[in-house]
Design a protein around this ligand. Structure first.
Ligand SMILES: [Zn+2]
Length: 279
């Protein structure tokens, strides 16, 4: 009888210690920063990652264990991030998006930019095609350049239009404003908001004017529109805070300003959330 009891005790402690050991060898912890909201991003960090899935689809991660998910302007509901570790175990985070309201903004701009003249349509189509081709490169780089953190792309300047605003141009409802507008003087330096690679540096586009699209890795990208002059070319590697061009009013612009936009693949992201990330 006595030996049976001690056997049970030993078994009990063995179980305890095994449990202890396994949880120490594999610390399956997922750290998430950011805000779960429409237009928001969440940056994750974990060790020993084998794969990461958002709602069942694999997403990128780098050797430091960083990964990123973004939620579109109109995203809603509950989403699942699943990290599968090298030992085959997995951990799940359920993300329920907060609700978000957007303002309505009425603007008067030159009529040719609301309804472009038919003579400009081939050019607009060709530029859209070039943009589409450039965007195909987004998501190829798994390095989390965004881990450099973000800075405001211009110093000073009033914000004249925020992300997500429902726009009514000359009385005609148009697609929502996909970025932030900073009213700043022509010639103000435009800075790379984070480390990245120039996916496309375009000149004289009908809508964008002179612009730069930066790839920050794992699908996250930012655009800088209407510049007077560019300081980089397609393929240039940039560091956070580096001058990529100067503010102007080229393309569809009512005056000198910087339009700063962000996307995670095709999901529209509020650039302001990038500035609010605490790494
Ligand atoms: Zn804008």
């Amino acid at each position: 009888m006595k030996s049976k009891i001690s056997f049970l005790f030993i078994l009990f402690f063995l179980c305890l210690s095994f449990h202890e050991v396994s949880s120490h060898i594999y610390p399956q912890e997922i750290k998430l920063i950011g805000k779960a909201e429409p237009g928001g991003v969440l940056i994750g960090e974990a060790k020993n990652i084998k794969s990461v899935l958002l709602d069942g689809d694999e997403i990128g991660f780098d050797e430091r264990g960083y990964f990123l998910v973004g939620f579109d302007r109109d995203a809603k509901g509950t989403h699942t991030i699943r990290v599968i570790f090298n030992d085959g175990e997995s951990e799940i985070k359920k993300i329920t998006l907060a609700k978000r309201k957007y303002v309505i903004q009425r603007l008067k701009i030159a009529e040719k930019y609301v309804t472009p003249p038919s003579s400009e349509l081939p050019r607009i189509e060709e530029e859209a095609e070039r943009m589409k081709e450039a965007r195909k490169k987004i998501g190829i780089i798994d390095t989390a350049f965004y881990a450099s953190g973000f800075v405001r792309p211009v110093e000073g300047g009033r914000i004249t239009s925020i992300f997500g605003s429902q726009r009514i141009l000359n009385g005609v409802p148009k697609s929502p404003h996909n970025g932030i507008d900073f009213a700043v003087d022509e010639g103000t330096p435009v800075l790379a908001a984070a480390d990245g690679i120039v996916t496309i540096a375009g000149n004289n586009f009908y809508y964008n004017g002179n612009f730069v699209l930066l790839d920050h890795g794992q699908g996250l990208n930012t655009v800088y529109l209407h510049m007077s002059k560019l300081n980089v070319q397609t393929g240039t590697k940039v560091k956070k805070g580096e001058i990529i061009g100067w503010v102007g009013s080229t393309g569809r612009a009512t005056g000198s300003h910087l339009h700063w936009g962000a996307q995670w693949f095709t999901k529209r992201i509020d650039p302001m959330v990038l500035l609010n990330l605490k790494f």
